[in-house]
Design a protein around this ligand. Structure first.
Ligand code: AMP
Length: 359
């Protein structure tokens, strides 16, 4: 670390990603303030100022109080981001928040995806079904997360109902990929253009929500392929910070599904499983510090969806790390996660059964 003054960092959002960024900031001695709402979970670790993230003037006033701004969600309107000292930059965020721009960008970078077509009307949808075939998924271009804004189609007769269900907003139709695995790669790029990678992570979703991440996913060829893809993406975007890309493994190759211009749920295991967590490396990158080592050991993360298990029950497993975000229980909501060294096979099996019984 140099003797230069450390920048004051503002985070747009105050949910669990901001909470874990704030925890990492403490160990780096960085000052963090979040833009959110009273009661948001990052309040446990950082000052949260009440800011309406749809109000460009309020966000600009917030940004005025800090040296640089980062995000915990890409679903923030471009007008609000305009002119902020933003890391990663607004172009990268703009591409990642629109599935059509994102897929086209992957293709421009030579990265394969599922077949897709833009859909702006029911007529477009019917044409897209003919060109792409079924089964397929209709996804809203914007504001989709955790499987929201998605409708699966098996029969052309379902087109009108699907179009109504997504609310008739701009969409893409995506061919269904018959994948062997879902994996993600997380990288951090510094202000000087240095890049570090974590190992590929194997991810299991249900109902569009991540349930389990297992690191590493061992495949030297795919690790190399994914690192090449991200090197290219990061350079083309002049990206600073952590970027996560989710891939399908199909016929032994990678097809990009989506990218997140931020720390990512599939990287939460890095808090205990890597020499430097994704949260710390994101802060190091944007604050102009050297990136930390991503040397990692095999680790498994299970998401807690809806409610946290009782503390007395998780405490009975000494190898388990419990992260409770302090959120109100709600069906489908990510309220915490559990992390285990991969050697804790029995504990992982017990908790996987307990939390996600039918995976
Ligand atoms: P997404 O919001 O695009 O990440 O989709 C959530 C989850 O739905 C993915 O992680 C996959 O499990 C599944 N999914 C999405 N798109 C496809 C696709 N084209 N083919 C097969 N499964 C998909």
């Amino acid at each position: 670390m140099t003797n230069e003054p450390k920048p004051r960092i503002g985070i747009l959002g105050a949910g669990q990603l901001a909470l874990m960024l704030a925890q990492a900031a403490k160990s780096l001695g960085l000052d963090i303030v979040c833009a959110g709402q009273p009661g948001d979970c990052a309040e446990q670790e950082a000052r949260v100022l009440p800011v309406d993230l749809d109000d460009a003037a309020a966000v600009a006033a917030f940004a005025h109080q800090v040296d640089l701004v980062t995000i915990e969600s890409e679903n923030i309107h471009a007008d609000v981001l305009h002119g902020l000292p933003l890391y990663p930059n607004a172009r990268a965020i703009g591409i990642a928040q629109d599935r059509l721009l994102e897929k086209r960008f992957f293709h421009d970078c030579g990265i394969g995806t599922a077949p897709f077509a833009a859909v702006d009307s029911l007529d477009d949808l019917q044409e897209a079904i003919k060109s792409i075939g079924l089964p397929a998924i209709l996804k809203t271009r914007r504001m989709g997360y955790d499987g929201k804004g998605q409708v699966r189609l098996r029969d052309p007769e379902e087109a009108a109902a699907a179009w109504t269900e997504v609310g008739g907003v701009p969409c893409i139709l995506e061919g269904m990929v018959n994948f062997e695995n879902e994996v993600s790669l997380i990288a951090a790029r510094s202000r000087t253009g240095k890049i570090v990678f974590y190992p590929l992570i194997e991810n299991h979703h249900r109902e569009g929500i991540l349930r389990t991440s297992i690191a590493p996913f061992i495949d030297a060829t795919l690790q190399h392929e994914a690192e090449n893809y991200l090197t290219n993406l990061l350079a083309k975007l002049e990206y600073i910070g952590v970027l996560a890309v989710e891939f399908f493994v199909a016929n032994g190759h990678l097809l990009a599904n989506e990218m997140a211009p931020r720390v990512h749920n599939s990287g939460h295991w890095t808090i205990e499983g890597s020499a430097t967590s994704q949260f710390e490396n994101h802060l190091r990158a944007i604050a102009g510090l050297e990136l930390g080592s991503t040397l990692s050991h095999p680790t498994v993360m299970l998401n807690c969806i809806g409610t946290m298990p009782p503390e007395a029950e998780t405490a009975a497993y000494p190898g388990l790390f419990r992260h409770d975000y302090g959120k109100q229980p709600r069906p489908g909501r990510k309220v915490g996660h559990l992390t285990f060294p991969a050697t804790e096979r029995k504990a992982i099996a017990d908790w996987q059964h307990r939390l996600h019984a039918d995976l």
